[in-house]
Ligand binder design. Structure first.
Ligand code: ME8
Length: 524
């Protein structure tokens, strides 16, 4: 059995905090979902677990988006934070804290973190020079600039906007100082970043040349919407430093430490921030490093990167409304691979829903048939040693099924704790198919009551065990089924065959086919 965590701190998992400069996209739902499933899994195991998500509300992106709409940035983010929360609530995402970088405790945490970096000698004042575009509000590297020989002016190749060579005051973080420490840290901790390939790539990058110090402030004249550098009104804190500290804020930083260190789940485009900047900043501030950084790929739509111009952006709220939460959650988990991109298609989502009905619900429907009696079967066959079938072949199938049912938890647990949800779901399907075959080929409707009860007992037990184990992925449907079987003990403490013998009362009602309700529920 899996040993319960003895540490007093809960398991702590975080999504990135999202930019609320536009409505949430599928990637946002996906990262919340992966964390939600993992969090629910820990809770199912009886562990304490804490899960945070939230919004990254400062910075130029937000400032510009708010200006475009002619509203105050705070009002703007207040509205969008609600949309993100709404997505979470509609998709059964149960976070423990929704952190916003405009929260008062977060602003205090960031100021304290900054002061710590300064006290420890890792911040210095400097100048930053480069090609700056006023309209794009960004610096471009020299290699990205073209001079127009006719008018002598300079332009960004990428955006075509004019750029001017500018020098501004900035605070810098001594990132270069941490290069060797980062290499050592990563080399001595082979699972610091998963999947492995991401760790290998990052190490290669870290060894490829010297790290440059990082500019960690912006002039307040340019960046108005941000946290002011302590004791210097002329500068605002770089939005990534502000954002990363959110992971400490939720644990009570700087006063108490109820949570840290935690496990981060991030998308592949923000590895540098989480695996180079963040560990270096933590080392500089004297804090522990994250437990692990889990990196996922991106969702494509029918094989293409989602983009507004291509018109293939999947709206998670719409899809959720149309296909139902559990189908969408199941689909995203079943088709999710960490070490590559994932493909979204409505046809595939439709098929997922059909499979849930055909394979999963079918097992329950078979056992709940009005010819059978789960209550009697469960109360009668509570001693596994009693279960002997006359037919040798059936006996063998039965023994194999019991073995599979009693080992599925360990298999799923090892996959889920490695964030391999597709693998865990594969285990779930294997067992469901095996049980369906057993019930089908044993033909209980032709058997004596005694043999029939044995078959129905094992069939219901597999349905019960699978429903408990799949609960973190499809919380509503699994509970509906467990309720339909009158099962109330939803925990990994009751996963052996025969571990809960208190269910089944009144389940096999004539004329009441649970599948109808399920179909309706799934198809919403
Ligand atoms: O990066 N599929 O926020 P963000 C899957 N505020 N995931 C995707 C995706 C896709 N198609 N597109 C984007 C930020 N993502 C910062 C984070 S954390 C201290 C600050 C993922 O709203 C992306 O990889 O732009 C990232 O993990 C997340 O969405 C949030 O992106």
């Amino acid at each position: 059995l899996i040993r319960r965590s003895l540490s007093s701190k809960p398991f702590y998992i975080t999504t990135p905090i999202f930019y609320p400069n536009a409505a949430p996209h599928l990637g946002h739902l996906y990262s919340m979902l992966l964390c939600d499933v993992r969090n629910r899994w820990e809770l199912l195991k009886g562990n304490s677990s804490f899960f945070t998500t939230g919004t990254d509300e400062h910075g130029l992106k937000i400032q510009t988006a708010a200006e475009k709409q002619g509203v105050d940035p705070k009002e703007f983010v207040d509205q969008l934070a609600l949309v993100f929360k709404d997505l979470a609530s509609k998709t059964d995402i149960k976070f423990d804290r929704f952190i916003r970088t405009t929260d008062a405790d977060h602003v205090k945490a960031v100021e304290h973190f900054w002061n710590k970096l300064q006290e420890n000698g890792y911040i210095y004042q400097g100048k930053h020079s480069g090609w700056y575009s006023i309209s794009d509000e960004t610096f471009y590297p020299k290699t990205q600039i073209l001079k127009n020989e006719e008018n002598g002016r300079h332009y960004s190749i990428e955006s075509g906007s004019e750029v001017v060579y500018t020098t501004e005051k900035n605070y810098f973080f001594k990132l270069s100082f941490f290069q060797q420490a980062l290499i050592q840290l990563i080399e001595s901790n082979p699972k610091f970043i998963i999947p492995e390939q991401r760790q290998t790539d990052l190490l290669r990058e870290l060894k490829s040349g010297p790290l440059q110090d990082l500019s960690i402030s912006r002039p307040s004249t340019r960046l108005k919407w941000g946290i002011t550098v302590p004791n210097d009104d002329s500068q605002k804190i770089y939005v990534w430093v502000d954002a990363l500290v959110n992971y400490l804020t939720s644990g009570g930083y700087p006063n108490v430490n109820k949570l840290w260190p935690g496990t981060h789940l991030i998308g592949k485009d923000i590895i540098r921030f989480h695996c180079i900047y963040w560990p270096a900043l933590l080392l500089a501030a004297g804090e522990s490093l994250p437990t692990q950084v889990v990196v996922h790929g991106h969702w494509l739509a029918n094989g293409f990167k989602m983009s507004k111009s291509r018109g293939n952006v999947v709206d998670p709220l719409l899809i959720n409304d149309y296909y139902g939460t559990d189908s969408l959650r199941f689909f995203l988990c079943e088709n999710s691979v960490l070490n590559g991109d994932c493909n979204f298609s409505e046809e595939a989502l439709f098929r997922t829903r059909e499979q849930l009905i055909d394979k999963y619900s079918n097992l329950i429907m078979r056992c709940c048939g009005k010819k059978f009696n789960i209550e009697r079967a469960v109360s009668r066959y509570n001693h596994l040693s009693d279960l002997k079938f006359q037919d040798d072949n059936l006996q063998l199938q039965y023994e194999n099924l019991v073995h599979s049912a009693n080992s599925i938890y360990r298999k799923m647990d090892s996959k889920i704790t490695q964030m391999n949800f597709a693998g865990a779901i594969q285990e779930f399907w294997t067992l469901i198919i095996q049980a369906n075959q057993f019930v089908q080929t044993s033909e209980p409707w032709k058997k004596s009551q005694d043999e029939q009860d044995k078959i129905i007992f094992i069939g219901s037990e597999v349905a019960r065990i699978c429903s408990i184990l799949i609960h973190p992925v499809i919380p509503e449907l699994s509970l509906l089924i467990l309720k339909r079987l009158n099962i109330s003990k939803v925990s990994t403490d009751y996963l052996e065959i025969g571990a809960d013998l208190s269910y089944g009362k009144g389940v096999n009602r004539p004329g009441d086919h649970p599948i109808q309700k399920l179909k309706f529920r799934l198809a919403k």
